[in-house]
Design a binder for this molecule. Sequence first.
Ligand code: SAM
Length: 217
Amino acid sequence: MLAKARPAVRDVLDLGCGGGHVAAHLKDRFRLTLVDISEEMIEVSRRLNPGCEHVRGDMRSVRLGRAFDAVLVHDAADYITTEADLRLVLGTAAAHCRPAGLALFAPDHLKDDFRESAGRGGGGDPSGAQASFTEVTWDPDPADDWIRSDYEFTLRGADGAVQVVRESHRLGAFSLATWERLLREAGFDPAEPPAGAGGPGARPPAHLILGRRPGRG
Ligand SMILES: C[S@@+](CC[C@H](N)C(=O)[O-])C[C@H]1O[C@@H](n2cnc3c(N)ncnc32)[C@H](O)[C@@H]1O
């Protein structure tokens, strides 16, 4: 999609880059600047994407003092759970998007089509260590803007020692109308994906919300 965008995209700011797995797919085609609040995650991304600039920062407040052709908030958008914080993140995106630049948000959940779900997964490595997890995602209160994912991880070391770790994540689930209203407030025009975006074999994110800054590129 970024490759098909017009005006052409070269410089991309990835907010909430995590371990840099999305960036790893983009770095050959775009000049990436990667921001995350966690030094540990930045360290993982640095190892995967050594040629990219990394900055530790909070996507609600970071200001790099320069503008990009596109700002991407992939699944880190899930960690925004209040309208006030979403407004701040959109403000950060607007502050770093040049005129006619694009902002892309890929939240896993929208209030409009949220369904409870359960899943499991896992794997092992050649040493014999194994990890498996179960996940249940549900909505404690449909009136608010967040849902909950409860995880249970079972970690079995190569020596057979077993550790069970439980985590609950609070994740944002705003309505599309809220996204669009706050995008407009931040100075973006809600936009459609460019024609021909995606392509054979490409799996689109669950939700893709686009805003374009007014002006000429
Ligand atoms: C699911 S991970 C992102 C994974 C990433 N898309 C990848 O390709 O590896 C979510 C990331 O968002 C980061 N994050 C959460 N809140 C943040 C904030 N306020 N500012 C910056 N990063 C944040 C977390 O530290 C975490 O690394």
